[in-house]
Design a binder for this molecule. Structure first.
Ligand code: THU
Length: 148
């Protein structure tokens, strides 16, 4: 994180400028990442989902000594939203430490797509770099029971 709190969010993919709402969601994801429990990987991730009622629900990665039981920040955020009764996800942000913007893992993409098949996903790092993609571009032809 840059000195003095939140970084200056800036798009590094050449896309249009971030909105105030985008910056707010990125800020919530950044704050959630500060609550990560990542003693094993030391890779701290935060996520935030914006719902259609304006509420924001966050998550961080929570690791376990039995490594495979760890949960990613994005899934924690989605599960928090649904647990709060909010399934209408309209945007997702994920922020992690690293040289470039975070990118949700495949498992998280599948979980996000369950509730938000074509929403914008704001991917950032703690230095303020941001790339934006849609869920449908991140997970083409994801699993769906409609195809079974
Ligand atoms: N992780 C996330 O929280 N989100 C992702 O999309 C990828 C990985 C977490 C899981 C684990 O705690 C750590 O990052 C290293 O894989």
């Amino acid at each position: 994180m840059e000195q003095g709190g939140a970084p200056t969010w800036r798009r590094t993919d050449g896309g249009p400028e971030l909105t105030v709402a985008d910056r707010r969601l990125l800020g919530e994801a950044l704050s959630a990442g500060e609550r990560a429990y990542a003693p094993y990987s030391k890779y701290r991730v935060g996520a935030a989902v914006l719902c259609d009622d304006g509420s924001i629900h966050t998550g961080c990665n929570v690791e376990n000594a039995s490594y495979g039981l760890s949960i990613c920040a994005e899934r924690a955020a989605v599960f928090n939203a649904v647990s709060a009764g909010r399934k209408g996800i309209v945007a997702v942000a994920v922020v992690a430490e690293g040289p470039g913007p975070a990118s949700p893992c495949g498992a998280c993409r599948q979980v996000i797509a369950e509730f938000a098949p074509d929403v914008p996903v704001l991917m950032g790092n703690t230095g303020g770099m941001v790339e934006v993609a849609t869920m449908s571009s991140l997970l083409p032809m994801g699993f769906s029971l409609k195809r079974v």
